[in-house]
Design a protein around this ligand. Sequence first.
Ligand code: ADP
Ligand code: MG
Length: 695
Amino acid sequence: MTFSTPLSEVLGVGPSFSQKLKKLGIANVRDLLFYFPRTYVDFSRITKISDIKEGGTYCVKGELTNLKKTQTFKKRFSLTSAILKDATGSLRIVWFSQPYLAEYFTNGDVVLVAGKVTRDKDGIAFVNPSHEKDRSSLTHVGRIIPVYPETRGLSSRWLRTIIKRVLATISEIPETLPESIVREKRFLPVKQALWQIHFPNSMESADTAAKRFAFEELFYILLFVLAERKKIAEVKAPAIPFDPPLMKRLTNSLPFQLTDSQKKAAWVILKDLEKPRPMNRLLQGDVGSGKTIVATMAALGAMKAGLQVAFLSPTEILAKQHFKTVSEILQKFKVTIGLLTGSADRFVSPKLPNDVIEISRARLLKKTLEGDIDILIGTHALIEDKVKFENLGLLVVDEQHRFGIKQRAKLLRRSVLIPHLLSMTATPIPRTLALTLYGDLDLTLIKELPEGRKKIITKVVPPSARKSAYGFIAKQVQKGRQVFVICPRIERTEHTAEGEDIKTVKEEYEKLSKEVFPDLRVGMLHGKLSSREKEEVMKKFRQGKTDILVSTSVVEVGVDIPNAAVMMIEGADRFGLAQLHQFRGRVGRAEHQSYCLLFAESNSPNARARLKALEQLDSGFELAEQDLKIRGPGDFAGTKQWGIPDFAMTQLTNLELVQETRDAATKILDEDIALKKYPLLKQKIQELRAKLHLE
Ligand code: ADP
Ligand code: MG
């Protein structure tokens, strides 16, 4: 038996179990051994029966007598009962629905039994306890026992039995980590670590083993990420000269002054673009910090150097907004800008500065290929293979957390030279994740918001105050402000539970426009509208012809309506913190005092904690750290695709471990970038590559 032995060849794993294991992604011996316990129960201490009290959980060793099998409750349940005796007394045991136990045990067997002792009409008893006949090596009682993640049809008891059998049978397990690291970190060797994580001698040694495996998972990720980084540093990219007077002309034409943070970020980026190596940079800045203008400066630089720019947006609404903004900012600079979305394509040409021209997809693609489009802005459609550039020099990815690394990689491989990459995000990446999953990127931060922005007042509104909230909204509209109302769904469907208290855009639109605000102009926006309709709705809102926009999360990221001052969110508990912060970022984008009103459906402690955090914290960075604490990194944007096992996920928040691991990976790569001395590591990295579909 080796790591690659299929489980169907393991004694005790029949076809039906094989099938169930496959569903969990467990196909061979290695997968099984790396299916780690969710938690442990300590049944290592044996209690005397005379010391047992109602309500406690115990493990007891004794002799079984009075074994009986009966039917109860009008024969609906089978019931196996027995008396357990030790030197200090005796106690009843009842097992429901396990009739085979009456045959499996015989009176006089010495057994260990573990579980909770509760009271029924006949006194106190063990009810459905774990059990095992006494033998030298115990698996289910009389020790610390592993509890595996809940799975249909695969009990922890069954998994324990099989895993122990495999551990006892497998002769050789190759050490996966470099010996030097195992020694230096005083890790358990791999086989011992596997034993200790499944069947620990103590909770401490379970911890020690877990630490080794967490280190290992992080180590592979870091090796991969850091090796990618080194590789990119050796590739050629078109150098884009830094042209200060040109940039000065651009910034002077803006209606505002750049913040110091924006200037610094732009400087770092423009300097980086000068190098003949691809930039790989993430521009992080809270919602409303003004990332678009910084990206536009980089785009102008690239375009003046005779290169093309691709500008990727996660939604059509945002792509259209960027098309408009960037066209306006660059109006004087003789730039041809194209817009490519799922529906209507168009472009502006410098020869017709104020005219937006509809264009067929075919013509737009042809123009792009021939280099007649300087900046092509678009949605996912931009990543399709049909879209070819003559000379792509810079790729800007807005709201990068909405895209997978696979999509980014695809775009980057688009031309002869690798283009520079500028990703942008308002969802800050906690430091630990920045060092690991994003370790191949350089980070630039926009730390401050433009001057004059006021703190957005955020309040969780109880149902009883809904009316006064509407009154408040009406007053804001009187003052000339605009309002977003976000609902979690478009409409009720057959999937909506009967009587479920969920707000839908269509219903709220009806209610708000007819009953609550009959005198105000209410609009509706959601993903089922045609792209024309969406555009029309956004245009009216932008022009101030709509007072209140009822919308789904389609406006979550990027949308920039400076006059909007109230963001009301229905079913706020259904959204994650980062998402809520993004919604909130749709207001407070100019000098007006702005408000975020949160309405919750559920009152669960987790939901309350999240909404409270939003009330108290304004900075996206603090919120992200908080979110990481409340939910763990598993839900964090972009972490899923790595397929990191849960046990390692939790370690992603451990800064010390992350740093330690990063140092170790750097050291190995400095010595041996091709990992020639470490074939097993090399294989791991290839597996990771395949998992990320980068090949
Ligand atoms: P985000 O970083 O969220 O993408 P945007 O780039 O959309 O933010 O900018 C938000 C708003 O702030 C826009 O209306 C933009 O014109 C404006 N803005 C950007 N920089 C400044 C600045 N330095 N001073 C004032 N307003 C600015
Ligand atoms: Mg933006």
